[in-house]
Design a protein around this ligand. Structure first.
Ligand code: SF4
Length: 178
């Protein structure tokens, strides 16, 4: 097991004093730098920065950051929620480390698509079926992982099949973990 011990710290994000949502960190006693290329190979949507020994990932509404001796998550309700989220991430790191012989590590840095790149592949009808006032506003939410491709029903119509397929190639929707 790579991570055996850690301490959890829950705090208000410095950019949001007085916020009712919190951020949290697990401070690790083990250096997890070596597992980052394996996480990069297996976590859809991860962005790996080898020079900083850091990997960021979006999981649902959480922004996750893995560093050498630290795992951080945004947007938790309270300490109990923070401990649950961080435990799920630590289990993920440990499982990935145990499976490393089966994984080809990836040291490349992938870029997330821009809202405009996503917008170009939407139907441009502003029909509002996704709950957003415009396709561009949907593109912004999709970029921020606040919406899913499936939230745009017109994309499943046959005339948008090519656009849908292109979107599925570039938009990474994080799987559930934990
Ligand atoms: S449902 Fe799709 S087509 Fe309609 S506004 Fe939303 S993104 Fe545009």
């Amino acid at each position: 097991m790579l991570i055996e011990k850690y301490d959890v710290e829950v705090f208000t994000p410095p950019c949001e004093p007085g916020a009712e949502r919190y951020a949290a960190k697990a401070r690790l006693t083990a250096d997890i730098s070596e597992v980052l290329p394996y996480l990069n190979a297996t976590l859809r949507g991860a962005v790996y920065m080898p020079e900083a020994s850091a990997l960021t990932w979006k999981k649902g509404g959480h922004n996750i950051a893995f560093h050498a001796y630290e795992i951080a998550t945004s947007n938790v309700d309270d300490r109990e929620d923070a401990e649950k989220e961080l435990k799920g991430l630590i289990d993920l790191v440990n499982r990935t480390w145990e499976r490393r012989a089966e994984i080809t590590p990836d040291v490349t840095t992938r870029q997330r698509p821009t809202p405009m790149a996503i917008y170009k592949l939407l139907p441009h009808t502003n029909c509002k079926h996704c709950g957003e006032p415009t396709c561009y506003s949907f593109a912004l939410k999709l970029t921020a992982s606040q919406k899913k491709i499936a939230d745009c029903p017109p994309l499943s119509e046959p005339q948008y099949a090519e656009k849908l397929s292109a979107l599925q190639e570039i938009v990474i929707e994080a799987p559930a973990i934990g």
